[in-house]
Design a binder for this molecule. Structure first.
Ligand SMILES: Cc1cc2nc3c(=O)[nH]c(=O)nc-3n(C[C@H](O)[C@H](O)[C@H](O)COP(=O)(O)OP(=O)(O)OC[C@H]3O[C@@H](n4cnc5c(N)ncnc54)[C@H](O)[C@@H]3O)c2cc1C
Length: 464
């Protein structure tokens, strides 16, 4: 990409290796597992990456965004992280076409700041805006409009990246297309993404017209999804994971409403200052919360016009809410189950309810049929369930293994972006294409996650 590299600095500047971050204690969002890194480099300029990688051995480095992955896919125990979050320049934005070109460390919040007032929105967004473009690509993230828009990677038009063996290059769906497919959802392992071009989508207003509808069984949820997916751009549901015998939840659907009200603020709310005592979030408080939430939402009027932030990013209102889970952290479990295997999903929900370990953030969504572009993309047709579990040691880990034992034989898959413990069998069954993918992995890149799920089989990499 050298000629067209939009991130290039003036030719006279030198690409010094960036300084080591003095605070190498880095967490993922779940704050589990806790690992130490040998070094954390913060990139300020894209051309600094070559110096880091040239001095690194096989399997030693991993790019890092904003650490919003829950488990260990963004960690590299005992080795090096390349923090890309300061590659945060928007390089071009065409207000007529909605095409944006930005460095990989630009966050979705940064994009929204310039895009929304100009009448554009993210084509796909996860449930937090504090993720980088590089991270969104590397996990090929999905959002509430998966049934309409597929994954984030479908809207990436070009990638600029650096590989230890090939140097700088660019790829698109039609040029270096195999590397493009490997990099979308490629878990940061195919090269350091330096910049990307993304097609935004036009919006007629900065609020969402939304309905909230209570449901009391999976069949009712499916009927609501069936009825809503054609007429509504965004659909998602919250489920009460403590209500085993009588499943209940709230189905939420919405469309962009016309009219700009300068409702886009991008303000952050209060911050949780430290990990709260472990006793605060226990079975009883969580059960109470779920019940109160269900009754509150069921009683409320069905329709409302809400700002984009409130609809897409309710959790961003409290900064560092992950500290609410206490000092041991938490894990998220997200799986997708084929829609024909409804009994498996019922089994998973019953197991969770029986364990008493669930939390207040259980989300259910029907993925659509639009194919994901990445070799290792997680989204596929089916029902996806995501929920948090406070880390309570072996009890929690055993429960998640039990959930795998239901999800995997039913033809389901587990999401790496949320995972900190799935074994190689579960990974192989979820992502049979990983061996083909391995051909595109940059030999210098590896992660704690990758070493665990490939059993160290990948290119002579052993745990550091
Ligand atoms: C509250 C919350 C809600 C969420 N909701 C959703 C959701 O609805 N849907 C969904 O799909 N996900 C969701 N997520 C997960 C999140 O979107 C992904 O984990 C995302 O990838 C995190 O991006 P990040 O910038 O924090 O990257 P990190 O977590 O730091 O890294 C993620 C991956 O990206 C790689 N990476 C980072 N930068 C680069 C780069 N420059 N080049 C190459 N690789 C790179 C890393 O190596 C790693 O493999 C949610 C997370 C949170 C905390």
């Amino acid at each position: 990409m050298t000629a067209s590299n939009p991130t290039s600095r003036n030719a006279n500047t030198t690409a010094a290796i960036p300084s080591l971050d003095p605070t190498p204690e880095i967490f993922s969002w779940g704050r589990y597992p806790r690992v130490e890194h040998r070094a954390v480099y913060k990139l300020y300029w894209a051309d600094q990456v070559a110096g880091i990688i040239a001095n690194s051995g096989a399997g030693s480095c991993l790019p890092y965004g904003l650490g919003r992955s829950y488990g260990d896919s963004c960690l590299n125990a005992g080795r090096t992280l390349i923090d890309c979050s300061r590659l945060d320049r928007i390089l071009a934005f065409d207000r007529q076409t909605g095409r944006i070109c930005c460095e990989a460390g630009v966050s979705l919040a940064d994009i929204l700041q310039v895009a929304v007032p100009a009448g554009w929105f993210l084509p796909v967004t996860p449930g937090t805006k504090f993720v980088t473009v590089g991270g969104a690509i590397a996990n090929d993230v999905h959002g509430k409009n998966h049934h309409r828009a597929g994954t984030f990677g479908r809207h990436v038009q070009r990638l600029y990246m650096y590989r230890s063996d090939l140097g700088e290059l660019d790829c698109t769906p039609n040029h270096n297309e195999d590397l493009f497919r490997a990099t979308i959802g490629g878990l940061g392992l195919t090269g350091v993404i330096l910049a990307a071009e993304i097609q935004l989508k036009p919006i007629a207003g900065d609020r969402i017209e939304t309905d909230s509808i209570p449901f009391r069984s999976l069949a009712e949820f499916q009927a609501l999804a069936e009825e809503s997916d054609n007429a509504f751009e965004y659909t998602v549901a919250w489920v009460d994971c403590f209500s085993a015998r009588h499943l209940r939840g709230i189905f939420i659907r919405g469309n962009h409403a016309p009219g700009f009200h300068n409702a886009w603020t991008n303000r952050s709310g209060p911050r949780v200052p430290f990990a709260v005592p472990d006793l605060l979030l226990n079975r009883h408080t969580l059960k109470l919360f779920n019940s109160a939430y269900f009754h509150l939402k069921s009683r409320r009027g069905k329709s409302a016009r809400v700002p984009l932030d409130g609809f897409f990013y309710p959790l961003d209102a409290i900064r560092q809410w992950n500290l609410l889970y206490g000092s041991r952290g938490f894990l998220q479990y997200q799986c997708v189950i084929p829609e024909t295997e409804i009994a498996a999903l019922e089994g998973i929900l019953a197991k969770i309810a029986g364990s008493g370990l669930g939390s207040f953030l259980a989300v259910l969504k029907r993925f659509g049929t639009i194919a994901s572009p990445g070799m290792l993309s997680f989204p596929r047709p089916g029902l996806t369930l995501a929920l948090d579990f406070p880390m309570a040691g072996e009890h929690t880990l055993q429960l998640l293994r039990d959930l795998d034992e239901i999800a995997i034989p039913s033809g389901g898959a587990v999401y790496p972006a949320k995972d900190a413990r799935m074994d190689s069998r579960a990974f192989e069954a979820s992502f049979p294409a990983w061996r083909e993918f391995e051909r595109y992995r940059d030999p210098v890149l590896s992660s704690t996650f990758w070493r665990r799920v490939t059993g160290g089989a990948s290119a002579g990499v052993t745990e550091g």
